[in-house]
Design a protein around this ligand. Structure first.
Ligand code: CDP
Ligand code: CDP
Length: 204
């Protein structure tokens, strides 16, 4: 069975959390495409040229720790605006999306560029303040000493760059279901996603 769930949206909206739960529920493979850009960004911070960094990516790059820092997130967003970098990373993501057995991919351009034919598309959002608070809680738990104001500024800078770039800008596909999770628990957000997927499966 080929079945793709595309989950896009701004930083810390809950894309990854919903994707992991949905993948477990339906037995689908999950790809967090943000990790690909983060791993590329980290190679660039270490001195590699962006395109060479993208071409040199190996599975181990995505499995390694240290990708969830604000510095790496900013580096990811900068390399993600370079068209040649995105082109170098497209084929792998497309193959993953249409693999046998079902796939969930989360990112910024899954429903618009990577897999416009996805069976289900969600665009997950939450208010800036809610997203900053969620990410701040994660960074506190990870021992990063950032303030909530710093987190908010980091997210807003990234969202602005991601939405304004010419190459695969962050935007909801016309046929995406919008899910504002500002006032939703994780369970409620997951239930909404599961309902959308089940509906689509029932329609065949
Ligand atoms: O993948 P993305 O950056 O969009 O967000 P995430 O890493 O899935 O979620 C950011 C944080 O918000 C995580 O710590 C979640 O537990 C939390 N959260 C959520 O995802 N959804 C809610 N409705 C409430 C909290
Ligand atoms: O977890 P969070 O939502 O904060 O970020 P992420 O999903 O790990 O993505 C990090 C950065 O990679 C984003 O700010 C985008 O610039 C870029 N990205 C992208 O351009 N296209 C994707 N499909 C996924 C991420």
């Amino acid at each position: 069975m080929i079945f793709t769930v595309a989950i896009d949206g701004p930083a810390a909206a809950g894309k990854g959390t919903i994707s992991r739960e949905v993948a477990a529920r339906f037995g689908f493979a999950h790809l967090d495409t943000g990790l690909i850009y983060r791993a590329t960004g980290r190679r660039v911070l270490a001195g590699e040229a962006p395109l060479e960094a993208a071409r040199a990516l190996e599975p181990g790059d995505l499995a390694a720790g240290g990708l969830r820092t604000p510095e790496v997130a900013q580096a990811a967003s900068r390399v993600a605006a370079i068209p040649e970098v995105r082109e170098a990373l497209v084929a792998f993501q497309r193959r993953f999306a249409r693999r046998e057995g079902g796939a969930v991919l989360d990112g910024r351009d899954i429903g618009t560029v990577i897999c416009p034919e996805a069976e289900v598309k969600l665009f997950v959002t939450a208010s800036d303040a809610v997203r900053a608070h969620r990410r701040w809680l994660e960074e506190q738990a990870a021992g990063l000493g950032t303030s909530e104001a710093d987190v908010l500024a980091e997210l807003q800078a990234r969202d602005a760059r991601d939405a304004a770039r010419a190459a695969a800008p962050m935007r909801a596909a016309d046929d995406a279901l919008q899910l504002d999770t500002s006032r939703m628990s994780i369970e409620e957000a997951v239930a909404a996603a599961v309902a959308a997927i089940s509906d689509r499966m029932d329609r065949g």
